[in-house]
Design a protein around this ligand. Structure first.
Ligand SMILES: C[S@@+](CC[C@H](N)C(=O)[O-])C[C@H]1O[C@@H](n2cnc3c(N)ncnc32)[C@H](O)[C@@H]1O
Length: 400
């Protein structure tokens, strides 16, 4: 069966062809101006050695903190934004490689786990409506950003890591009536042969912020995997607020009046737009990369004063970054970087489970199922009925 033809999306053929045509095109191309000697030796990391991971679209390294905490070792990172590279280098002592398209796939070191919070603007609700209003393309039709998924699929196809963890906005699932997600899912399962689990996770139980993101976890060999479950109650903003923030974060009368008038205008028109005024007893709305513009989505009420926006350090805490994380860029860049980031403790929980799953002897779950089937056949019944699972080995399709 031809995968492209099997896809209902009218663009599927186009994108599938894109993957096939571009697949391998970067394999032999030498990275321009960058020495391959920066790349670690190619030794798989099973046994006592730590798992090796790569950090694609790394931003400021949210995935890196989480996977290092889970005991894994970063062997490659890439992000083309110079300010994100600056923050990353200040904190990890390494400057990430630039544009993913300029890196030859073969020059990316062998790794066990591929991590990628691939760019979300083509799929995010805010990104889509903005692009619609400007008459611009979104999703896979956004040629520059939408196709970055295929760039990472190419890396998976070439290196065949034992596992991957991908993160994106919740709207990825519903974008283009589910067709975008369908293509992504089928590329990972049918074309690349991975067993894929996905879940939308809200960070609210771990940080005082309502932030829903979709996670896709894939395994090259069949593995049973369950996402972490969090308690329903989470911390409040009081836990991340600075005691004595610089007065520059308090809104001017001009901006505060403007925001109130703007909200009133939309309320009168029956729209829900407006600022998000919160106290220390609340949790915040989702921090966006545009927070630097007016801070309207999260404003902290202050007694006897205009509300204030969050400080960059408070944004870092809202995303679960430790206070030891260095902020070496301007406020504008810092707001953008934290608004684009993953919530570190959420990834930390996922990372821990992925590492644990990979550490289980490769065949254990598979053998257990076979053994149970065998026993059932002999009339002995399964030894541990609670662990009985139906196993269908995914077929890896060859892409030619
Ligand atoms: C959603 S952010 C990822 C943030 C990251 N997970 C973190 O925790 O900070 C996506 C990142 O992809 C980067 N990016 C976009 N296009 C890229 C490309 N062609 N090559 C490399 N990086 C790219 C952006 O600069 C941005 O930092």
């Amino acid at each position: 069966m031809n995968f492209a033809r099997a896809c209902s999306n009218e663009h599927a053929d186009l994108h599938w062809s894109f993957f096939r045509v571009h697949r391998g095109s970067r394999v032999s191309r030498k990275r321009q101006g960058e020495s391959a000697s920066r790349v670690a030796e190619d030794t798989p990391a099973y046994g006592a050695a730590p798992f090796r991971f790569i950090d694609l679209f790394c931003g400021i390294g949210g995935f890196r903190i989480a996977f290092e905490k889970a005991g894994a070792k970063c062997v490659f990172s890439s992000d083309y934004d110079k300010f994100s590279q600056q923050t990353y280098e200040s904190n990890f002592g390494e400057k990430p490689f630039g544009d993913i398209h300029s890196v030859a796939v073969a020059d990316i070191p062998q790794h066990d786990i591929l991590c990628a919070g691939f760019p979300c603007q083509p799929f995010s609700l805010a990104g889509v409506s903005k692009k619609n209003s400007l008459g611009r393309k979104h999703g896979f039709d956004d040629v520059k950003q939408g196709n970055l998924f295929f760039a990472l699929a190419e890396v998976i196809d070439f290196h065949r890591p034992a596992a991957f963890v991908l993160e994106n906005v919740k709207n990825l699932k519903g974008h283009d009536q589910g067709r975008t997600f369908d293509i992504i899912h089928r590329t990972l399962t049918e074309a690349l042969g991975y067993t894929v689990y996905h879940k939308i996770i809200d960070a609210k139980p771990l940080v005082p912020q309502h932030r829903e993101r979709i996670f896709l976890v894939g395994f090259r060999e069949w593995r049973h995997f369950e996402f972490p479950n969090f308690p329903s109650e989470g911390p409040k903003l009081a836990s991340i607020l600075e005691r004595d923030p610089d007065p520059k974060y308090t809104l001017t009368d001009h901006l505060w009046n403007y925001l109130q008038r703007y909200a009133e205008k939309h309320r009168a028109a029956g729209n829900g737009f407006g600022f998000g005024l919160v106290t220390e007893r609340d949790h915040a709305r989702t921090l966006s990369a545009r927070y630097h513009k007016d801070g309207s989505e999260i404003l902290i009420a202050q007694r006897g004063k205009n509300p204030r926006r969050l400080t960059p350090r408070e944004c870092a805490r809202l995303m679960g970054y430790p206070d030891t994380f260095k902020i070496t860029v301007s406020d504008t860049q810092a707001y953008r970087q934290f608004g684009n980031s993953v919530v570190v403790p959420v990834v930390q929980h996922v990372a821990k489970l992925v590492v644990q799953t990979l550490k289980m002897p490769k065949s254990s779950t598979y053998d257990l199922v076979l053994e149970e089937k065998h026993n059932a056949h002999l009339g002995q019944g399964p030894k541990e009925p609670s662990k009985m699972v139906t196993y269908t080995k995914p077929k890896r399709r060859r892409i030619t």
